[in-house]
Design a protein around this ligand. Structure first.
Ligand SMILES: Nc1ncnc2c1ncn2[C@@H]1O[C@H](COP(=O)(O)OP(=O)(O)OC[C@H]2O[C@@H]([n+]3cccc(C(=O)O)c3)[C@H](O)[C@@H]2O)[C@@H](O)[C@H]1O
Ligand SMILES: Nc1ncnc2c1ncn2[C@@H]1O[C@H](COP(=O)(O)OP(=O)(O)OP(=O)(O)O)[C@@H](O)[C@H]1O
Ligand SMILES: NC(=O)CC[C@H](N)C(=O)O
Length: 590
């Protein structure tokens, strides 16, 4: 057996900030060296951040990525870290003709090994995923080389993220070619339940590859995606060896006993089992074995439960959107209802209540308890609050333009939106909008009113889960919240019947079915894409199916104008679900 101590750098890069990401590479490599690591692994496209979307189409950005890689190799050596091999993701360019409509030089989702001031080898993602939130085929060409480098007598193979998720390709080739360790840089966004899927997948791939597998994942928020980290090492038998924490940065050091390499260096082409050929390039970096005098105990971070995971994703999504976009404070409208209460709580936990500003804006239809519930939240959390009664503005507007029915009702929501945007302009706060997924699905919000804002923390949270999360948060005071308050949400906001309070005695259930019924139907229609016949066969009421499908379909234009917010379900409104706005296809006639 040979030994290796590997360091998994589960870090939070910033998209487009090559200088900051390079500085982080240096800093974390220094820490890994201090920890006695023999190899450091960074995440997929770490130098550029992930996903960079149409920045890939800018030749200048690809050039900058390659230049940053070259500079990083030199800088590591200058800083005395050259002896420690570093595997890092970056954007590369292939020696290929580009596909139609794309820039010259065909971009690659690449990874490189840096050692002694040089780029020792490069590889690139082979499987280009083009489903869900991903568009890799739009951007990249397929990698067709698989490096296997010998490090202290162990053969180490490299595969990039999606290459683990597909049958055939790099994993199948490692199985044929042989290696002692497979390492994989990843940028795998969070959604509910994905951590269990990942662990099972990695166990299976390790067995297929016939070697241990080290999986390092990005952490942090990037627009509507949240990366959860949760880096994992499994043995060749698929058994879990080590696991990093979720939703936080961590340098995970793992000691591994691995088989001594016995294959000859050289280049060999393999049938990848997916209709392609992959060339394995086996070479020696170092053959001398190492001993590990004081082994590190294998660390398996405790798992968050399901609601804790979702809550952590929302908090991190808000924290990183705020910080990475240069804001220091947020503002939102606080009604005393549960949506704005939960949004305020997430914001307080993300950036601290001293940086959260709430505005209470009662109208003539606001109930007494709404104002009292909002004030109670302010008292519990210590957020900055101001009261702006909107009746005078609404009445002034009505004097000039006569509006009736829904047009008059929406005016209140729009005046509130205007107040928020005014205060945002004046003080530089980011406006958080409070709509949940059930409302977004059915179009139950006022355009340029309560949907106005820059970021939408709970837009992917169905209303029934809004209550669940609120109860969960009131029962927990974990150390990673930036607000150290027990039971931050007034119980009355959780238990009262939901109402838009845009007209007298108005309740959501006047126009919508109970949320338990609605959310089940929305899940089947939006997330599972069932057609109307399948929905009825699944037990949903036929009249309700027709009504809800119509509401969902007609609200596409509102969703298209809604701000981004963190994805937590397998299918969010945004990158996961792209429908035409101008669209006459209907599941049900009418
Ligand atoms: N295809 C299309 N493409 C682009 N724009 C389109 C459009 N169809 C309509 N429009 C525009 O959209 C307007 C209608 O949308 P909008 O102005 O929003 O108004 P609308 O959807 O008619 O009314 C808002 C609804 O949301 C409910 N609401 C409001 C506020 C808060 C809550 C809550 O409980 O949280 C619920 C309220 O009770 C009402 O049912 C039209 O007047 C038109 O200007
Ligand atoms: N009186 C109010 N003061 C301040 N903001 C309000 C007020 N009424 C509504 N809002 C804002 O408009 C959003 C839409 O709220 P609305 O009361 O219409 O129903 P909701 O969707 O159930 O939300 P919530 O549960 O937060 O009340 C609220 O989340 C809040 O941001
Ligand atoms: N960046 C990637 O290649 C990620 C793809 C992969 N299926 C995932 O979510 O985890």
């Amino acid at each position: 057996m040979a030994h290796l101590r590997i360091a998994l750098a589960q870090t939070n890069p910033v998209v487009g900030d090559l200088a900051a990401n390079s500085a982080k590479l240096l800093d974390w490599t220094r820490q890994a060296a201090a920890g006695g690591a023999h190899l450091v692994l960074f995440t997929e496209m770490f130098l550029t951040g992930y996903p960079v979307e149409d920045l890939v189409l800018r030749s200048s950005f690809v050039d900058a990525s390659i230049a940053a890689l070259e500079q990083a190799a030199a800088r590591l050596a200058e800083e005395g870290l050259g002896e420690l091999p570093v595997l890092v993701g970056f954007m590369d360019r292939a020696d290929l003709a580009p596909r139609v409509g794309r820039p010259k030089g065909a971009p690659l989702d690449g990874a490189a090994l840096l050692h002694r001031g040089r780029i020792v080898t490069r590889t690139a993602k082979h499987h280009l995923q083009n489903y869900g939130v991903f568009d890799e085929y739009r951007y990249f060409v397929r990698g067709d080389r698989l490096p296997v480098f010998r490090l202290h007598g162990v053969d180490v193979a490299v595969a990039v993220c999606e290459d683990l998720w597909q049958e055939g390709g790099p994993v199948a080739v490692v199985g044929q070619a042989g290696a002692g360790l497979l390492v994989a840089p990843n940028a795998s966004p969070y959604e509910r339940g994905k951590d269990d899927v990942r662990l099972e997948l990695l166990a299976r791939r390790a067995r297929e590859a016939g070697c241990a597998l080290a999986y390092v994942n990005q952490v942090g928020g990037q627009d509507e995606l949240v990366f959860d980290g949760d880096s994992i090492v499994v043995g060749a038998d698929g058994e879990l060896v080590a696991r990093a924490g979720q939703f936080r940065e961590e340098l995970l050091l793992v000691d591994l006993d691995l088989p001594v390499a016995d294959r000859e260096p050289g280049r060999t082409a393999y049938d990848a089992g997916d209709g392609t050929t992959i060339t394995v390039d086996r070479f020696v970096l170092s053959s001398e074995p190492v001993t590990i005098d004081s082994p590190v105990a294998p660390s398996v971070a405790p798992r968050l439960d399901d609601m804790a995971e979702v809550y952590a994703a929302l908090v991190l999504g808000v924290r990183d959107y705020v910080a990475k976009n240069g804001f220091t404070s947020v503002i939102l409208a606080l009604s005393g209802g549960i949506d704005s209460a939960l949004t305020a709580t997430i914001a307080s936990d993300a950036i601290g209540p001293d940086r959260v500003h709430v505005v209470m804006m009662p109208s003539r239809y606001s109930s007494k308890h709404s104002v009292a519930d909002a004030e109670e939240l302010v008292r519990r959390q210590g957020v900055n609050a101001r009261l702006v009664p909107i009746d005078g503005v609404v009445t002034g507007f009505e004097k000039e333009i006569e509006l009736t029915g829904p047009a008059a009702e929406n005016l209140q929501a729009r005046v509130r939106g205007m107040v928020l945007m005014g205060l945002s302009n004046e003080h530089g706060h980011l406006v958080l909008t409070t709509g949940n997924k059930s409302e977004l699905a059915t179009g139950y919000s006022t355009l340029y009113g309560d949907s106005a804002g820059g970021f939408a923390p709970i837009k992917d949270v169905p209303k029934t889960m809004v209550w669940e999360l609120s109860r969960w948060r009131n029962a927990h005071t974990d150390g990673w919240f930036r607000m150290d308050v027990a039971r931050p949400i007034p119980e009355n906001s959780i238990t009262k019947e939901p109402s838009a309070e845009l007209s007298p005695d108005q309740y959501d259930t006047d126009s919508l079915p109970p949320y338990e019924v609605l959310d089940r139907l929305l899940d089947d229609y939006v997330e599972k894409d069932l057609g109307s016949a399948e929905l009825i066969a699944a037990g949903h009421d036929p009249d309700l199916v027709a009504r809800v499908i119509r509401l969902v379909d007609l609200a596409e234009y509102k969703r298209r104008q809604h701000p981004p917010g963190p994805k937590i379900t397998p299918r969010n409104f945004g990158r996961d679900r792209r429908l035409p706005v101008t669209n006459r296809w209907r599941e049900t006639p009418g």
